[in-house]
Structure formats: C-alpha cells, structure tokens
Design a protein around this ligand. Structure first.
Ligand code: GTP
Ligand code: MG
Length: 622
C-alpha cells in the first residue's frame, strides 16, 4: 500500500453471530473494490452446495487471493475508501481479539461493535465493550445490525441504543455513532437506508471515515522497543543495527541513547532507515534503526530512550487490569509468561485485589465483585499485582494506554491480557530504610569487630561461593573453612540450605522441595525463585552475615545461581568492601565474580587459590 495515504486500524467486535463478517463483507462489496463477478462466483458456489449465500463466505473466498485493493489474512482485512486505507481486525473470539489488540502490528485505534437487533445486548457485547475501554480505545461506533429482523423498527433501535449507551458509559466510552443497519440487505452500510428514513445519522462507512487518526506522538520523549539487532556482515565490521519502530519521539545521530531496563548507554552513530519507510529518520511510527558509536550488547525487548529526556517507567512489580480467558483459572502465586511491547518475561500473580464478573442474565448488567480473590475465573475481569522475574519497561509513550497493553501466556496459549495501571512500590526500595533504622537501633558492643578480628590477625569478611547445582561449591566452602581454621583464623561455613530450613522456615519453599527434605541429603542451597520471597531470603542472609561479621568472623556462604540483584541486596545490608564473590564452574546468571574456579580442579587447589586471594586482599595476614 502506498505510504502517503493515511491508514487507520479498526477492530470489529461483538457477540457471536451478530453479523460482524456480514457487515464487513457487505462493506467490501459496496466499496467497489471487488473484482468483477466475485460475488456472483461465491453465489454460484453456494447454490451448487445448496447453501444460502453469506457475505461471510465472501471473506473466506477472498482469503486465497489478493484482489486489487483488498487483502485478507487470518483475521485482518485491508481495504481502501476514498478517504484513506483501512486495516479491519475481525476478532471472532476473545483470544484473537486480545492478541490483535496487543500485538503492535495491528494496534487498533478505533472499534466497531456489532449488536443483533433481535437479540439485543449480550454478555460478549458487554465484555467487548469493557475490553475496548480497558485497552484504551476511545473511538467507537455501534452498529445495530439485522434491523430487517425487527421490521426496521425505530422503537426497537432506540431501546437497544439506550441500553448500549448506558453500559458503555460504565466503561467510560461514549459511542460516536449508533447506526441501525442490515448487513444482509445492505441497509445503512455504505448508503443511507430508504427503509429507515427515520434515521438521519451516518452510515457504517461514514462512521468509519469519521474516526480521527491520532497524530503520531513525535513530540513526546523517544521510546523504541528493540525489535531486533542486525549485524553487519562485512569482514571486520562489528557494527550492529538496533532496529524497531519508535512509539514516540525521534532520535538523531549524535544523541545519547539509554536502553532500559538494562540501563546501558551509548551514542547514536548513524540512522539506518529502511527505504520502505520513505523518510531518512528514526521517529514515531517509522520502522527504522540506528548504529551506535560504542558497541554495547543490546537485545530484543529493551526499550531505547534518549538520555536527555525523561526516562521510561521501569518496574518489576505493578498493578494491572486484565481479562482472563484461560481454560484454567489465573491463580495467585503462579507464574505466567508476560509479554509487553517486544519484551517477554515470567510474572507471578502476587495478589488479586478484585475480580469482576459480568452477571449473565442480569437485567441491570451489574458486575459481581470479589475482593482479595484467590483466583480469576475464565471471563472475569480483575485487578492484579504482578511481579516479574526481570524488570520491564512500560508506559513507553507516556500516557498512551496502547503502550501499556500486555498479554499473559499460560503454557503456550494467550490466556489473558490487559493494561498496566502503574508500578507498585517494591520492597527493594524499603531496604535502605530498614538498614538505616537497624544501624540506628543497633546496640554497639564496646569490643568492635575490628578489635575482635585483630586477635586472630584477620578482617571480618564475607566470601560467597556460587555455581551450578553439580559444582563442588559446598566442598570448597567447607574445605576453606577448615583450612582457615587450621591456620588459626576464625572462619565459619554457612550453606544457604542451613538458613533455608531454619531462619527462613516461615518463608515459602520452592515447589517440590519438601520431597527433597526427606532424601537424607544435607540442606540444598537453592534460593527460591519467587522474586519477593527470594528478596526476603537474601535480605535475611545479609542480616545474618552482618551479625557474624560484626562478631569478627570470616564467613563463607554457598548458594546456587546468585544474581547481581541478590548481590546488590547483600551490598545494601552489609558495610561496603567486605564481600568477595567466587564462582565454581560456569554461571548462568549475570553475577560478576571476583574469582573464577575450575569446576573440575581438585578441591585443595581451589582452596589454595582462595587463601592466596584473601591474603592479597589483606583479609588474613599470612
Ligand atoms: P462470528 O464470526 O461467528 O462471531 O459471527 P459474525 O458476527 O461474523 O456473524 P456473521 O456475519 O457470520 O452472521 C451470522 C449470521 O447472521 C449469518 O447467518 C448471517 O447471514 C446472519 N446475518 C448477518 N447480518 C444479518 C442481517 O443484517 N440480517 C439478517 N437477517 N441476518 C443477518
Ligand atoms: Mg465472523
């Protein structure tokens, strides 16, 4: 399609069988874009199979071919009017609806809600209305279809229109147009109906053309979700193109750029616009990319921003409003895949403040509300507090709700989605305060840790030994304790498992862990992965370490797969400069280690390396 014409995406929604496909098929037929004889061909095919002709079949028939000006794929129909180009998203069910609403390619800006004049407003009419509002769609036209079935009655039209207006009002939507129509007979689809001369408003086509195209937010801060990173293939060329479609703002060569959530920084070397975008710029709405002056490692899912502009919201704990349609209910404490923009991570449902269900046969269309629910059932709307394993960036273009849209995937299926309402205070922020208070309230001993330690010619110190499950970190930790003790130092070994089952006994255990308890092995040192539980485990470990270091000890702690985030918690809890990180074997986490040990080396060799390192750091005086 040509780039100079305006293009708008519109979703068509409504209860099953209320006539979405028929209205759409009729619209295509009436805009004169269909190839000559196409409708007749479908009619003949129907006759041959003794089926009544349906405009919906027309859509199916067009799927296989690309007639001039119309393209149809799974649920999307492209067509032109005199005014502009349209992408109509036919959403046969909730899942398709949500998927289409959240995927960037067909982000709808407006919607048409189809209601059967005979059946009136049904649950899905309301659900779709609510979803549209939840997803931030404010431009809506209602089509009251099948008016032929109610004798084109103005009275019936008025009563449904009133009902419709009132439930949409609850969702904060005022329909721009309510059109009485008949898709089957082509009444009020592209030309005013003679049979409903009492109606003076717009036809469906005019309603479509009256939707405003929102201007691209070029003047807002630059936000570009990274879609892909392409390498130049030339020999010795290590440049990479960071590609994506900016949601807002613009960026030029020489601008400082920051990627979130990683916080990595560089400067734009050159803009590499794709010729198809028609402009040599990297700005809102144009698929483009840029190279960096300094090569940094950036991946899909990060959001690029300019360092001179306000930074985007980055959080790992936030409140969302969502619609659930999974076969299994959404459960508190469970993990799901969470997708927003181009990024994907795991999220735990931490708390469900409210769920709302559209009462099925209620004449009043009330929601039944449950506070602090344990789960969200299929077709319920809920407010939830989610916590993601990694930080996510949202609200990429300020107050634009479309950049806050996300989906949740249960197993392999999209099972829910909605919008992020905003970040929730994370306990991480409170940690500094806790530590300050602890320091204030601490009853200081007159024998300082320094005095204690000097008796043994050592400094209080924490050695963290981490590594994969099968690594000999515990063996090394215990051998190091023994070696230091034999040399006359005061060292203490603490496996994370020892804390897990003692001090942390009240905290949630990892799944399947109780079974492990009984196999006779000593405590495992897996740190539970639920982010807030993990946080608390590490915080407590830090507090224990703080006491033992205050007692002048060299403390050796082992744990599996520690991360930089864990280390940051320990650094906040302990006095600075008293931690050394050691990895045994390869690490799958982002933790930067001070010492790397060979997993297959003899334990004594590893211990010797560590003892030397401690001497070098003047932790021990040899
Ligand atoms: P799903 O995609 O299954 O949700 O249905 P839909 O909303 O796309 O409805 P569709 O267009 O397939 O129409 C459903 C039935 O209603 C078909 O049998 C149509 O022929 C019939 N229908 C659609 N519009 C009209 C109309 O204006 N008048 C009458 N009498 N029947 C209609
Ligand atoms: Mg349909």
């Amino acid at each position: 399609m040509d780039n100079t014409r305006e293009r708008i995406s519109v979703v068509i929604a409504g209860h099953v069988d209320h006539g979405k496909s028929t209205v759409l098929g009729r619209l295509l037929a009436d805009t004169g874009l269909l190839a000559e004889g196409k409708i007749d061909a479908v009619r003949r095919a129907c006759e041959k199979n003794s089926k009544p002709f349906e405009y919906a079949f027309l859509l199916d028939a067009l799927k296989d071919e690309q007639s001039q000006g119309i393209t149809i794929d799974s649920a999307r129909v492209f067509f032109k009017t005199a005014k502009r180009d349209y992408l109509i998203i036919d959403a046969p069910g909730h899942i398709e609806f949500l998927k289409n609403m959240v995927s960037g390619a067909s982000r709808a800006e407006a919607a048409i809600l189809v209601i059967d004049a005979k059946e009136g407003v049904r649950e899905n009419t309301r659900r779709h209305g609510y979803l549209l509002s939840m997803l931030g769609i404010r431009q809506l036209a209602v089509v009251i279809n099948k008016m032929d079935l109610v004798g084109y009655s103005e009275e019936r039209f008025r009563s449904i229109a009133a009902e419709c207006k009132s439930f949409l009002k609850e969702s904060g939507i005022v329909p721009m147009e309510i059109v009485p129509a008949s898709g089957l007979h082509g009444e009020n689809i592209s030309k005013p109906s003679v049979r409903m001369s009492w109606y003076k408003g717009a036809t469906v086509l005019r309603a479509l053309d009256s939707f405003r195209k929102e201007p691209l937010p070029v003047e807002k801060p630059f936000r570009m979700p990274v879609q892909d990173v392409y390498k130049f293939t030339g020999f010795g060329d290590d440049r990479r193109i960071i590609a994506g479609t900016p949601e807002s703002g613009r960026i030029s060569a020489g601008d400082g750029v920051v990627f979130y959530p990683s916080g990595k920084k560089s400067r734009v070397a050159a803009i590499e616009a794709f010729p198809s975008s028609g402009k040599g710029a990297c700005e809102a709405g144009l698929a483009s990319g840029f190279t960096l002056e300094e090569q940094i490692y950036v991946t899909r899912g990060e959001v690029a921003a300019r360092d001179s502009e306000p930074k985007p919201e980055v959080a790992s704990r936030f409140k969302v409003r969502l619609f659930w349609m999974g076969r299994q209910p959404l459960e508190k404490g469970r993990f799901y895949s969470f997708k927003i923009g181009t990024s994907k991570t795991r999220a735990e449902v931490e708390f469900i403040p409210r769920t709302m269900r559209i009462a099925k046969n209620s004449a009043t269309f009330d929601f039944s509300v449950t506070e602090n629910a344990p789960r969200v059932e299929r077709h319920e709307i809920a407010e939830c507090i989610l916590r993601t394993v990694r930080q996510v960036v949202f609200g990429a273009s300020g107050d634009d709700p479309s950049s806050m849209r996300f989906v949740l995937v249960d197993g392999y299926e999209v099972a829910g989605g909605g919008t992020v309402l905003g970040p929730e205070g994370a306990p991480g922020g409170e940690l500094k305060e806790l530590v300050v208070t602890r320091e204030l309230k601490w009853i200081k001993s007159s024998i300082s840790s320094g005095i204690r330690a000097s008796r043994h010619h050592q400094k209080p110190f924490l050695i963290i030994v981490t590594g994969p499950e099968e690594s000999p970190r515990k063996e090394i930790g215990r051998a190091l304790e023994q070696e230091l003790y034999a040399k006359g130092f005061d060292a203490y070994f603490l496996g994370f498992g020892s804390v897990l089952y003692g001090v942390d006994a009240d905290l949630k255990r990892p799944r399947g862990d109780h079974a492990r308890d009984t196999d006779g092995r000593s405590g495992n040192d897996h740190i539970p992965e639920l982010p807030h539980v993990r946080f608390e485990h590490i915080r407590r470990l830090g507090e224990i370490a703080n006491i033992l270091l205050d007692a002048g000890l060299i403390l050796i702690v082992t744990a599996i797969a520690l991360t930089e985030e864990d280390l940051a918690i320990l650094r906040t809890t302990l006095a600075p400069g008293k931690i050394m990180t050691v990895r045994v074997g390869p690490l799958a986490t982002d933790l930067k280690c001070d010492v790397a040990l060979d997993q297959s080396a003899r334990v004594e060799v590893s211990v010797e390396t560590l003892v030397k390192e401690l001497a070098k750091r003047s932790v021990i005086q040899s």
